[in-house]
Design a protein. Structure first.
Length: 491
């Protein structure tokens, strides 16, 4: 597998490129992303799918500059895939040959079902575990769906409904919405009955843009659209307002200018789909076809799915920013021992051991960014970078534990901006304390054997070594409840 791989996706509306760099066997991170709204499919739907010269020139120029970027980033592998517009075009092969001969980029046209598969592979590897759902990727020329059952992709389908297609055939000609809905409905009849789920996973520009608007309207505490979830019944009226609006009415609804020409088209497709499935929830995926193509290459010997319990962001951050990985793993071990020993006091469900363990592994991450105020560095970094494999609630809790793994406990005032994503305050304070105590126990970095016993309002820590520094640090800790801590050198 190449150290750096460029993935190019040529869609009907945009040409996009992502460059990924590997950091370990399964660890990698995005180092560059760019796009151009080449609108290669513009005008084609009124001429039997034939790509127009102006659009082809835009696409050529974009790919030419993509090639310069690939060269300067020293990518050793480039994968270029094309979807609906080139797939449907009678003159598509002429363009493909021109790109290969003049730019050295080999374009591979993929079928709609493969496009749906790539999108789903990206989503299931980048999101928290999804047992059941349907991915929806609304593109310019087509819409792809994939069915997920028991965490695996079981079926895919491609429908000939897309934003550019609807724009040129209907919206530009000011044809009534009833005709558009009838056109969409005819395509939806192709969907097999096996496609049934209350959970939809949104891929692509329309659904990400819709999620961003909803996040802004609700003053959502995070800016990351990936893994953002919302109940559909709360926003059906808003989505309908976008669908029935004219172009001038989109700005007051929060639609960005660069989405004026595709947002209504995308939303009417989405509306038709969630009504058909009677869906109740939308999970937004920041990963799609480019990430899925990369995953299929990276994980070709693993059925295109990460090994169980693998978390991409966790591995990638440890690869790049951990300076004491063995010691951090020891802190995680101690935190689990303390969690178990102190159960009579905290009564926290075992499910929170996961977030506590991840916070322990990443608690020192901020030091690589700057030693002073490293807890704050770590907090902000986690909020913006622990994205793949985690829900927003998990990410926020982990970030808070890292922020407060010092000599103080969080206050209600400090967590107020993020409270809707956090567990009960008592849970947060106890987990924060346990992480801080675990770090203190390993103050000498010797990773000695310990045992933890809670009895008669006293936590006894039996240690292999004297733990002189630990005793001093523990005296400074603020406890979330009244109990004594004693360290015994007895193992």
């Amino acid at each position: 597998m190449s150290k750096r791989t460029a993935i190019i996706d040529i869609g009907s509306n945009s040409a996009r490129m992502a460059i990924f760099e590997r950091s370990s066997r399964f660890g990698f991170h995005l180092i560059m992303e760019t796009k151009s709204r080449v609108r290669i499919g513009e005008g084609a739907y009124n001429f039997g799918g034939v790509l127009q010269e102006v659009a082809l020139q835009r696409a050529f120029k974009a790919l030419q500059e993509f090639s310069y970027i690939i060269h300067n980033f020293r990518c050793t592998k480039t994968l270029c895939i094309a979807t609906s517009a080139l797939r449907d075009a009678p003159n598509g092969n002429t363009f493909i040959k021109k790109i290969k001969n003049e730019l050295g980029i080999h374009i591979k046209i993929i079928e709609g079902t493969k496009e749906a598969y790539y999108g789903a592979v990206g989503a299931i590897n980048y999101l928290k575990p999804i047992e059941d759902g349907i991915t929806i990727d609304i593109g310019g020329g087509s819409t792809e769906l994939a069915k997920i059952e028991r965490g695996k992709i079981t079926d895919t389908i491609s429908l000939n409904i897309g934003t550019v297609r609807l724009k040129e055939l209907f919206f530009d000609k000011k044809r009534p919405l009833s005709e558009i809905r009838a056109f969409i409905e005819a395509e939806l009849h192709k969907i097999p009955s096996s496609f049934s789920s209350k959970t939809l996973i949104g891929i692509g520009g329309t659904l990400r843009s819709l999620s961003k608007i909803i996040m802004e309207k609700t003053s959502y505490p995070l800016k990351t659209v990936h893994a953002f979830e919302y109940p559909l019944h709360e926003y059906t009226t808003f989505i309908d307002a976008i669908v029935t609006s004219d172009v001038l009415g989109l700005k007051p609804l929060g639609v960005r200018k660069d989405r004026y020409d595709t947002m209504r088209e995308g939303c009417i497709i989405f509306q038709s789909l969630y009504e058909k499935f009677e869906a109740t929830q939308l999970i937004t995926s920041g990963a799609g076809i480019r990430e899925g193509a990369y995953m299929c290459d990276l994980l070709r010997s693993f059925h295109h799915i990460f090994p169980p319990d693998f978390k991409l962001s966790l591995r990638s951050l440890k690869d790049r920013f951990s300076i004491t990985e063995k010691e951090d793993a020891y802190v995680k071990k101690v935190a689990c021992l303390l969690f178990e020993a102190l159960k009579p006091l905290h009564n926290i469900p075992d499910s929170y051991l996961f977030e506590l363990g991840v916070a322990a592994q990443l608690h020192s991450l901020g030091i690589k960014l700057g030693f002073y105020q490293n807890q704050l560095h770590g907090f902000y970094f986690i909020v913006n970078n622990l994205n793949y494999g985690f829900s927003h609630e998990q990410k926020m809790l982990i970030a808070m534990l890292i922020k407060f793994h010092a000599n103080k406990l969080p206050t209600l005032e400090e967590i107020a901006p993020y409270q809707k994503l956090l567990p009960e305050f008592q849970i947060l304070t106890w987990l924060s304390f346990i992480l801080t105590l675990s770090k203190a126990i390993n103050a000498d970095f010797r990773k000695g054997k310990i045992a933890c016993i809670y009895h008669n309002h006293t936590l006894v820590i039996e240690a292999e070594y004297p733990l002189f520094l630990a005793k001093e640090q523990i005296k400074q800790l603020i406890k979330p409840a009244s109990f004594a801590i004693i360290i015994k050198e007895s193992l």
